[in-house]
Structures are given as C-alpha cells and as structure tokens.
Design a protein around this ligand. Structure first.
Ligand code: PEP
Ligand code: MN
Length: 266
C-alpha cells in the first residue's frame, strides 16, 4: 500500500484544521524534546508559531536509554500540550510508547512512533486501526525497506495516513549522534507516495549542525522538518545539546522556507 507502483500520486496528509504535509510546501514541526512545564511548552509554542511552524512537537512519554533518566511528564505532559494547542492553534505531534495509552491521545493530531518502536509490530497494527495520521520514524539501524514494511503494518489495518521520517542512522561515525542518510529522502520518494520529513536534531545531536542539515533536507525535497527547540537548552531535561533556541529557529525557518520555494520552482 505504501508502494508508488500501485499509487502513483503523492499522498497528502490533511488535518481537519487545514494544515497539510506532502502538498509540495515545507511543513515545519517544532518544539522541545520533552514537555517540562506549562510555561515552557506555551512559551515555545508561541515563539515557534511566530516563526512559521505549523505543528508543535513535544514528548510526554519519553523512550530514554537509561530507566533512571527523566521519562517525560506522561498524561500531565499531554494535558499541557493540549493547553498550548488551545492557546496557539498549533496541532500537536507527540510520541506513543504503548497502545494502552491511546485513550490519552484523543487531542493529539499526529501520533509519533519513535525510532525505538519502528518494529514494534503490534503497536503499528493497533495504530493502523486508528484514524489519526502516524509519524513513523526510521529505526536506529533499519533499512529503508524495513521502514516501508513498518508503514505497511499500519496501512494494512486501514490507516493510510502515514508520514515517514529520516532521523539519522547508526554508523561507525562518532562525531555526530547519528548519520543523516540524506539520500533516504529521494530514495523513499521514488519507492513510495508517502510524505517524507527529516529530523536534523536527532540525526546530528549538535545544535550548530541543525541549520545546515535542515537546509540540505529542504534542498533535496523533503516534505517537512521536525526540529527540537528549547527556550533554555542548557537546562533542558532531555536533548539540550541538540536543541536550538527560538531565535535560532526563527532564522532557520526563514532560510528553509525561501529555499524550498526556490527548489519547487526548479
Ligand atoms: C524524539 O523525537 O524526541 C525521539 C525520541 O526521536 P527518535 O525516536 O527519532 O530517537
Ligand atoms: Mn529528543
């Protein structure tokens, strides 16, 4: 179902509130790695909205490497995301880790499946029974074919609203957190009609690398970007080193918007 052979036209994800992903424009999704407080999420939401973000990201259920690290605000985090959505009108993108939590996701607009759950086939199947768009991130060490097969798990259950995300893969390189597989964007677009977005934050792990990678993604034809923005990166509870400030996001957003318009006109 994800294969372009049987579905030549690009899939466009349309929210009831009008936002689109895959329509030829560059969709900007921005916000903190994790929701930390009402002030934090609302302040970031308002600033990224002013800079042109169309969606707010923020983790409430966090898949951390260590069980002793901050695990997210969970249900309370989802409530704070709803407050930020009410204030700004920005639709919410947030990660689900267990299908048991689905009833809490009613006000969530796009449900994210994180890299670590890309092959949690039962979770994918259950999300396939929902009617919300699913943002499926590529696994840490998964091939493009495996990513597309995971999309099939969701689509086979009837939910064809899937957005794919290249977020860097594990290689022998240690200078960056992961290695952004930039060629994944045109390769996936050749094989599939689903929209493809890029996450330069998790791909690099380094704040000053976010802008050049975002520019590369916009230039190669990505349908969107998901970027971690924090109002106080040095005190972030998660992923501060790769978080950019609202001011940095504002500059980045202006550049990638202009660039994507130029690329579209080529
Ligand atoms: C995230 O988006 O905060 C996240 C945990 O990403 P990934 O699953 O790509 O590591
Ligand atoms: Mn993160």
């Amino acid at each position: 179902k994800a294969n372009r052979k049987f579905h030549p036209d690009n899939t466009v994800i349309s929210l009831p509130t009008g936002q689109k992903i895959g329509d030829g424009s560059l969709a900007l999704i921005a916000g903190p790695c994790s929701v930390e407080s009402e002030d934090q999420i609302c302040e970031i939401a308002e600033s990224v909205k002013r800079s042109g973000a169309m969606f707010l990201r923020g983790g409430a259920f966090k898949p951390r490497t260590s069980p002793y690290a901050f695990q997210g605000m969970k249900a309370e985090g989802l409530e704070l995301l709803s407050k930020a959505k009410k204030k700004t009108g920005l639709p919410i993108v947030t990660e689900i880790m267990s299908i048991e939590h689905l009833p809490l996701f009613e006000d969530v607009d796009i449900i994210q499946v994180g890299a670590r759950n890309m092959q949690n086939f039962e979770l994918l199947r259950q999300l396939g029974k929902t009617r919300k768009p699913i943002l499926l991130k590529r696994g840490l060490a998964n091939t493009i074919e495996e990513l597309l097969m995971s999309a099939e798990y969701i689509m086979a259950e009837g939910n064809e609203q899937v957005i794919l995300c290249e977020r860097g893969i594990r290689t022998y390189e240690t200078m960056t957190r992961n290695t952004l597989d930039i060629s994944a964007v045109p390769v996936i677009k050749k094989l599939s009609h689903l929209p493809v977005i890029v996450d330069p934050s998790h791909a690099s792990g380094i704040n000053w690398l976010i802008e050049p990678l975002a520019i590369a993604a916009a230039a190669i034809g990505a349908d969107g970007l998901i970027i971690e923005v924090h109002n106080d990166p040095s005190h972030a509870l998660c992923d501060g080193a790769q978080s950019i400030t609202p001011v940095q996001f504002d500059a980045l957003a202006a550049k990638v918007k202009k660039l994507s318009e130029t690329v579209r006109a080529l």
